[in-house]
Design a protein around this ligand. Structure first.
Ligand code: PGA
Length: 251
């Protein structure tokens, strides 16, 4: 398994999904307290109900804020939806687009993900684009072709490297406690890196996501072409998120 020759500062994104109430502010306070000297950039994506409040409450802390989804339009008659401009207006700097749970629960297609990505960038934020294969696709031996298609169809022809982050999240690894082997992750990330380089997007960080937590962060975050992680369950508690963050400190 190859090691990174020289590591840039890793990016760790916490995705709270549909979890968190106002009382969860205590977890963010504990997280913020533990961030002194952290050797990683930390972005947190709480539910939309908490985003604006947290941004105000934790101003000046070494944390950046993101949302978990947005609408592709700037404004209009879309009851219940939130636009990228609204998220930027409250101080978000990033938005996750194309998470497999949105692809599954809301039938989001690659084309929709691509429009949302453009919306996020139009509003001046960074789009964190998620791709990943299902277990069935993996068992068929189709991992790379599936990712290639998702990548090609979800990203625009000209990728803005300063406003794009890619997250490889095998669907079967999300919330299951299962992760691919190091060799499998290195193969996929190497493939994605090559594809990004080929479309002039060499600067796009590639995160790994799916059951990334305290038990595997130390080896996983050291793999070649793994520039950080997208972390669900382990980001909900300050103690486990801080353990993952500390894994970036070693070595
Ligand atoms: P998990 O979720 O860390 O709970 O597996 C990751 C994600 O879905 O972003």
């Amino acid at each position: 398994m190859a090691e990174k020759p020289s590591r840039t500062r890793p990016l760790l994104v916490g995705n709270w999904k549909m979890n968190g109430l106002r009382a969860s502010e205590a977890e963010v306070s504990a997280l913020a307290k533990g961030l002194d000297g952290a050797r990683a950039d930390i972005w947190l994506c709480p539910p939309i109900t908490l985003l604006s409040h947290f941004i105000g409450a934790f101003k000046g802390k070494p944390l950046s804020w993101g949302a978990q989804d947005c609408h592709a339009q700037e404004s209009g008659a879309h009851t219940g939806d939130v636009s990228a401009e609204m998220l930027a207006d409250v101080g978000a700097v990033s938005v996750i687009v194309g998470h497999s749970e949105r692809r599954r629960d809301h039938a989001e297609t690659n084309a929709m993900v691509r429009s949302k990505l453009s919306a996020v960038q139009r509003a001046g934020m960074v789009a964190i684009v998620c791709i990943g294969e299902t277990l069935e696709e993996r068992e068929r031996g189709d991992v790379l072709p599936v990712l290639e298609k998702q990548l090609r169809e979800s990203l625009p022809e000209e990728v803005d490297g300063s406003k794009t982050v890619l997250a490889y999240e095998p669907v079967w690894a999300i919330g299951t406690g299962k992760v691919p082997s190091g060799d499998e992750i290195v193969e996929v990330h190497g493939f994605l890196r090559e594809r990004l380089d080929a479309c002039g997007a060499a600067g796009v960080p590639i995160l790994y996501g799916g059951s990334l937590g305290p038990s595997n962060a130390d080896w996983l975050l050291r793999l070649d072409n793994v520039d950080g992680g997208l972390i669900g369950t382990a980001s909900l508690k300050a103690s486990s998120f801080l353990e993952v963050i500390r894994a970036c400190q070693q070595g």
